[in-house]
Design a protein around this ligand. Structure first.
Ligand code: MN3
Length: 200
């Protein structure tokens, strides 16, 4: 089955005022759809055309050389955005409790320390990319990736990802990426992030 665009689990304006409706609409229906279309085109007729996006990304080095670049960018974009929509919500914000809250405290010192690290990773990512909280098989890690590179390519499980491409914030925040990043904390659905952590 070719990849298809997942429905947004809330309305375009549900994350206002932190992320505006027009940005959400263009980001989801145009940008994410374009990654899907391009990934499907690159994988059509290959043995990976019916694979899950995670399996494709884990297996990237096995793809034909001329497919690796387009698939890395576009299957990566599909995986990253699918996670992005699913870990935000109109009742978001606050901080995680339970096992995830404990693990963040044990790994980073405190939730505020994690928040500083995750935010700084997004602020300092030059050009386009993502800031991540992942599980690497042994514990939590925070880092950023360039472009649409996915933690799945390194065998890590992304738990939370923040898109810092200009298309994610420019209509509302223009060049003020740090303001967008500060607002992002208000829309994180920690229940969704915790569910992903539990599944590790
Ligand atoms: Mn994006």
């Amino acid at each position: 089955m070719p990849f298809t665009l997942p429905d947004l689990p809330y309305a375009h304006d549900a994350l206002e005022p932190h992320i505006d409706a027009r940005t959400m609409e263009i980001h989801h229906s145009k940008h994410h759809q374009a990654y899907i279309t391009n990934a499907n085109n690159a994988l059509a007729g290959t043995q990976w055309e019916n694979s899950s996006v995670e399996d494709v990304l884990r297996d990237l080095k096995s793809l034909p050389a001329d497919k690796q670049g387009p698939v890395r960018n576009n299957a990566g974009g599909h995986a990253n955005h699918s996670l992005f929509w699913a870990t935000m919500g109109p009742s978001g914000g606050g901080s995680p409790s339970g096992a995830l809250g404990d693990a963040i405290g044990a790994t980073f010192g405190s939730f505020d320390d994690f928040k500083t690290t995750f935010s700084q990773n997004g602020v300092t990512r030059f050009g386009s990319g993502w800031s991540w909280l992942v599980h690497d098989g042994s514990g939590l890690k925070a880092y950023s990736t360039a472009n649409q590179d996915s933690p799945v390519m390194d065998g890590h499980t992304p738990l939370l990802g923040m898109d810092v491409w200009e298309h994610a914030y420019y209509l509302n925040y223009q060049n003020r990426r740090p303001d967008y990043i500060a607002a992002f904390w208000n829309v994180i659905d920690w229940n969704a992030v915790a569910a992903r952590f539990t599944a590790c």
